[in-house]
Design a protein around this ligand. Structure first.
Ligand SMILES: [Zn+2]
Length: 170
């Protein structure tokens, strides 16, 4: 049984953005739940020990907690296959639930902006193809003021709390 939930209105297949992506098989309405991340709740030490073998498969829940698979057998069923886009049609609501930000048509790839969920050290070239593409995305994009404004209300709870703390320090 899969650790994560993906809506029956979706299918995983090859993506023009990267690897495999999640695609709508029927129209999805704004606000509908498209996926819920499942897995084991791990400390940062536990996850960092597993990450070299499993690759990116986690969501950070707090400074020291992650939700992730713990072995290769659980990895595929824990993946959400939500690629990054600089003009996403989905977003996180809370910590593990992903919802449609707008109505999504059949065949569209489901994406979210990783700036709203990630606090990591990566840098990569973006191939999302959107007019709003940043070109280069990083695991620290949540710190960019223009993205904090663009995604107000759409950051995961963990990052929103960090953004609020930065604002309070001004
Ligand atoms: Zn992009």
């Amino acid at each position: 049984m899969d650790l994560s939930y993906r809506s029956p209105a979706t299918v995983v297949r090859e993506s023009p953005i990267h690897g495999h992506g999640l695609f709508a098989t029927t129209p999805i309405a704004a606000g509908d739940i498209v996926a819920v991340k499942g897995g084991h709740v791990l400390s940062a030490v536990q996850w960092r020990a597993l990450e070299p073998a499993l690759g990116s498969a986690e969501i950070q829940l707090s400074e020291d907690l992650f939700i992730a698979p713990v072995d290769a057998a659980g990895r595929a069923g824990s993946m959400l296959y939500l690629n990054h886009s600089c003009d996403p049609n989905c977003a996180i609501a809370g910590q593990i639930v992903f919802v449609a930000m707008r109505d999504i048509a059949t065949g569209e790839e489901l994406t979210h902006d990783w700036a709203t969920t990630d606090d990591l050290d990566y840098e990569l070239d973006c191939r999302c193809g959107s007019a709003a593409c940043r070109g280069r995305v990083t695991g620290k994009d949540w710190m960019r003021p223009e993205l904090q404004a663009k995604y107000r209300g759409w950051f995961c709870w963990f990052l929103q709390r960090k953004i609020d703390a930065l604002g309070a320090a001004d």
